[in-house]
Write a protein that binds this ligand. Structure first.
Ligand code: HEM
Ligand code: SF4
Ligand code: SF4
Length: 525
């Protein structure tokens, strides 16, 4: 099932790439869009709150006045509030199913997944109390069914449904309580959203401006085209029928109406438990976390900056070396992506020692083993251009090809290793094959690789490395054909290069017919 979902998303995302480009692709910005929508809902909610009256009769009338007497401001704000809330449900569903499809809910990802589950409950509770406040026929329908559902639980002393049996049972105090809940629950939601990203380094919390602008314009257009309206005042003397439902927040209400209350709770409880338990369900094999070798760690902090999961920090030195700090790995947070290995200044094959050791390494796939595999694979390369592929196991280049060394993430490759491969003539060209730019499995691997190659991030790829012998291919597993075509084109261009020493004395200039350096691969001093 996950495979199908992932393939489905891949195709959708590729389509969105064509429209928005990888940087603005909304699928890569779902968490950020969730935050952005929350702020829209909060600001429009504050505006509505200023004009809202709490009272059995006043509530409906004040909402009507907001909608019609000031349609250009209050009316638009109401629609904004509703449609942004609806969109938040859409974003949430896509976000959680995409994280599931990408297999980013187990191991170290469990925390974000697990804390996402109460977020769903809080979002729904916020939306439902919002509909309730309007006190129209729909609100009455929701009130009756929700209170009957709550009454089934043995936690409330008095029946809540009793309030909605006759007009005289309902009083203004109930609406004051409802307003309180409609403010308190979103605040809890915000708190949970903050907890949700606690162990994600540099979480994307703001969408790119262009994407935010497109979303705002779309929301304004829908608000003007189809303003949110009430469905006639509630009347407790009559049973509400023929109400129009908001299918984003209220799809369960027809079930509540027809099923037994116990069955609805069993379904909701079962679904929640299943979702919450998902990170611990088999099959799951967790690789060993990164380990520090104090003898090779100088406390520079590069690994701390590059780790996508806040799994490394700097602490006081525990050995006798005259250095202030050392890195320390929190094994519980480490995803064994190897990005820190690629960041460490000790990760260089140009070492004089025979046993390649580095400051931070993966016990299951140490840098020594990576170098060994590079040498072995390179020695088997043949043809007019010997192109070695260093491929992320989550991208299009993964698989058991004879020209490929597979890695947990391409950012595990220390730039000096590329220098080494080309300067020692182990290969004529190297292709770095990572995930699609919008869907880097380890979130920051593609970005850090690009920045290291462009000289914007330590460790830089040195200027002497001939860029025309290097390429990057960012492609997801559904893009194997494009990957193969780009790789073949690169091999052809490398074959056309003059043979001889592979070190560039001066930054190379690109000429037609020569291999084209990929974006970010231009030489830097
Ligand atoms: C409105 C609700 C939500 C918001 C605003 C939100 C926000 C975010 C953000 C900002 C990130 C970091 C994205 C990045 O920078 O790469 C993230 C990651 C994630 N979220 Fe959510 N999220 C929400 C709901 C959920 C739900 C309901 C679930 C699942 C039950 C979930 C599961 C995850 C997972 C598994 C990750 C990835 C963690 C990792 O890579 O280790 N989220 N979310
Ligand atoms: S392998 Fe390194 S970069 Fe990756 S999560 Fe572990 S400590 Fe962080
Ligand atoms: S990058 Fe290497 S040397 Fe720097 S703190 Fe991390 S382990 Fe130590």
């Amino acid at each position: 099932m996950r495979f199908l979902l992932r393939t489905g998303y891949e195709y959708l995302e590729r389509g969105a790439d064509g429209i928005f480009g990888p940087r603005l692709n909304p699928f890569a910005q779902l968490g950020a869009l969730g935050f952005f929508l929350f702020w829209i809902v909060a600001v429009s909610g504050i505006y509505l709150f200023i004009f809202f009256d709490t009272g059995v009769v006043d509530a409906y009338e004040s909402v009507e006045a907001i909608t019609h007497a000031q349609w250009y401001a209050g009316g638009v704000m109401r629609s904004f509030h509703r449609y942004a809330s609806d969109l938040m449900v859409v974003v949430l569903v896509i976000h959680l199913s995409r994280e599931f499809a990408l297999d980013r809910y187990r191991g170290v990802h469990w925390f974000s997944w697990f804390t996402g589950v109460p977020i769903i409950w809080m979002l729904y509770a916020s939306g439902i109390t919002g509909y309730w406040l309007v006190w129209d026929k729909l609100a009455q329908y929701i009130a009756i069914l929700s209170s009957e559902l709550l009454d089934w639980l043995p936690i409330f002393g008095e029946s809540i449904a009793r309030n909605f049996l006759a007009p005289e049972n309902l009083n203004d105090r109930f609406f004051t309580l409802l307003v309180f809940m409609h403010i308190a629950i979103p605040l809890i939601l915000l708190f949970l959203m903050w907890v949700h990203i606690l162990y994600i380094s540099r979480p994307k919390m703001n969408p790119p401006r262009a994407l935010a602008a497109v979303m705002l314009i779309a929301l304004i257009a829908v608000s003007l085209w189809k303003p949110a309206l009430s469905q006639g005042p509630a009347n407790l003397a009559k049973v509400p029928n023929d109400v129009g439902l908001d299918w984003f927040y209220l799809p369960l209400y027809p079930l509540v109406d027809s099923w037994s209350r116990g069955a609805v709770w069993a379904m909701l409880g079962g679904f929640t438990l299943m979702l919450a338990a998902l990170p611990w369900l088999p099959p799951f094999r967790r690789p060993k976390p990164a380990e520090i070798s104090l003898a090779h760690c100088n406390g520079c902090g590069r690994c701390v900056k590059d780790c996508p999961y806040e799994a490394v920090r700097l602490v006081g030195r525990t050995d006798q070396r005259r250095l202030l700090q050392q890195a320390q790995v929190n094994a519980a947070l480490c995803a064994s992506c190897g990005i820190c290995v690629g960041a460490c200044p000790s990760s260089t094959p140009f070492q004089r020692t025979t046993d390649l050791a580095t400051g931070i390494d993966l016990p299951d796939f140490p840098l020594r083993e990576l170098l060994e595999q590079v040498r072995r694979t390179a020695s088997g390369l043949a043809g007019p251009a010997r192109v070695l592929v260093l491929a992320c196991k989550h991208g299009a280049g993964s698989g058991k090809r004879t020209d490929t060394v597979e890695l947990p993430c391409v950012a595990m490759v220390p730039p000096p290793l590329l220098d080494y491969i080309l300067s020692r003539n182990l290969a004529d060209g190297v292709a770095i094959a990572g995930c699609a730019e919008r869907a880097c499995y380890h979130r920051l691997g593609v970005a850090w690789t690009q920045e290291r190659f462009a000289g914007q991030r330590d460790p830089h790829l040195r200027a002497r490395v001939p860029r025309e012998r290097l390429t990057t291919i960012w492609a997801s597993p559904t893009e194997r054909a494009r990957f193969a075509a780009e790789l073949a084109e690169f091999a052809k261009a490398v074959a056309a290069l003059p043979s001889g020493p592979t070190q560039a004395k001066t930054p190379p200039t690109h000429q037609s017919g020569a291999a084209k350096p990929a974006r970010g691969l231009e030489a830097v001093p």
